[in-house]
Design a protein around this ligand. Sequence first.
Ligand code: SF4
Length: 358
Amino acid sequence: MIRKKTRQVQVGGVMIGGEAPISVQSMNTTDTADIAATLAQIKELAEAGCELTRLAVPDATAASALGEICRFSILPIIADIHFDYRLALAAIKNGVNGLRINPGNLRDQEGLVQIAAAARKRRIPIRVGVNSGSLDRRMIEYYGGITAEAMAHSALAAARRLEETGFEDICLSVKASDPGLTISSYRLLSQLTDYPLHLGVTEAGTAWEGTIRSAVGIGTLLAEGIGDTIRVSLTADPCEEVKAGYAILRALNLRQRGAVLVSCPTCGRTQVDMLKLVKEVETRLIKINTPLTVAVMGCIVNGPGEARAADIGLAGGQGEFVLFKKGEIICKLSEDEAVDALFSEIEKMEQESGEQAQ
Ligand code: SF4
C-alpha cells in the first residue's frame, strides 16, 4: 500500500499528513458549556486511544467554556464552527488547537479573512469540512446535485478562499452519509490536491451499521493510500468511534494499537459457551493498549492452530480450554478459569512490553 504524499499540518502535538501515522479522532457528545462533563469525556476518549477531539461551538457560552477546557484538556481540541465566524474567533482566542469550518454555511469572505488571520497568528490549522447534508446550494445547482464533483470542488473553493488570504495550513474533508459518494468524492479530491485529508462517512448510523459503513468507506480509501486522519461517526458513545477507528487501521496494518481478537464463528462441534466467553474477552480487551493478537477458538479443528499462531490464545475442548502463549501450551483450564487466566497472562505481556519500551 503506497500512501499518497500530502502536506503536513499540526494540531496540538499531533502531526497530520506527510509521513505521520494516520491519527484517530472523535467528537465529544457533551454540552461544551458543561466544562466538567466535557473534560471527563475527553479523559475517557484519551484512555480509549483517541488522539484529537472536536467540540461543538454552537454559541458564545460554548466558545467561552473553551478557555478552561483547553487549559485542562489532555487531548488537542478542535472547535467545530458553523454559521458564525465570530465563534471561530472566540474559539481561537480561547486556545483551541484547530478549527473545523463548514463552507456550506460559512460564506462570509470578510469573516473568513479574519479567521485566517487569527489562526495564522496562533499557528493553528483549519479543516474545511464539506458535508453532503449541508453542501453549498450553489455547488449543488452548478453540478446538478450532490455529486463527487460538487463535494470536492466545494472543499477546493473554500481552500482557495483561504489561500487568497495567504493561509495554507489546511486540511480537507468531504464526508457523505453514502459510503459510495464518500469514496468517489475523496478519490477526486485526492487527485486535485495535496492538502492532508480527514476521512469519514458522516452520520453513518448506530455502532453496528455505522461501523460497517465506515469500514467500507474509510477502509476503501485507506487501502488506496488516501487519507491522513480518520473519524468514525456513530450514534453511540464516542469511545466506540475510537475503537472502530483503530479496528479499521489494524485491519489494514496501518496502526497496531490494541489487541486483534481472532475468534471462531462456532458450529455444531463447539462444546464450550463461546459467545459468552468471547464477549467477555472483547470487553476486557478494550483496556489493553499493547499490540497483541488474541485467539479464542471453539474446538480442536482450527483452535490449536490459531491459538498457537496468536500471541496468546485459548483453544476449546469438552468444557475446558488449553491456553497457548507465543506458540507454547501453558496449561489446561476449566471454562470458569479461562478468561481470568488469559488476562493474567495478557497483563504480564503488557507489563513486559512497557518495560521494553522504557
Ligand atoms: S474452530 Fe471448531 S468450533 Fe470453531 S467454527 Fe471451527 S470447527 Fe467449529
